[in-house]
Design a protein. Structure first.
Length: 165
């Protein structure tokens, strides 16, 4: 589409627009809004003797929202951080499927689990490159806000991993 313009959300938030066109972005009213998170595995994980015992990726909502289904996918193509509505990396395999948010208020929600990380690790070992994941809304609700990496340190997405060597 044209113009090829990056849509900048507020610097401390990232938004998920689930199965509903993003009406806040000029010129791109029919586009869906997804959350892209870049991930790089440390080099030692290329060693076949290393296994992931427990891992999770959590993102924190900025308030109460209706429960919504999400799906997290790997990225197949390179991503250098400059996303536009018409230059988004190709989506790879499904890594995680679940529900996030409720009316209880802001809190952390799991968007990737150990099984999904092990699938990413297999790709990392065979292809030698890991670009990240994309989180897509799977139910028809409005925009859901999450704190981004620009927000306060305690509100950033949390990535944890325990490995066995």
């Amino acid at each position: 589409r044209s113009p090829n313009t990056v849509y900048f959300a507020p610097v401390d938030r990232m938004y998920l627009k689930a199965n509903d066109p993003d009406t806040t972005a000029p010129y791109f009213k029919s586009s869906l809004q997804h959350i892209y998170i870049k991930a790089d595995f440390p080099v030692f994980l290329a060693d076949q003797r290393v296994s992931i015992v427990d891992a999770s990726l959590l993102i924190r909502s900025d308030g109460p929202y209706p429960t919504t289904a999400i799906k997290t996918f790997s990225l197949q193509s390179s991503w250098y951080g400059a996303l536009t509505y018409n230059t988004q990396p190709a989506t790879g395999s499904l890594l995680y499927s679940g529900s996030i948010c409720d009316t209880s208020g802001a809190k952390f929600w799991q968007v990737l689990d150990t099984e999904g990380f092990n699938r990413l690790l297999t790709s990392f070992r065979t292809q030698g490159l890991l670009n990240g994941v994309v989180i897509k809304g799977a139910s028809a609700v409005g925009s859901i806000g999450f704190y981004s990496t620009q927000a306060a340190l305690s509100l950033r997405p949390k990535f944890t991993m325990k490995v066995r060597y």
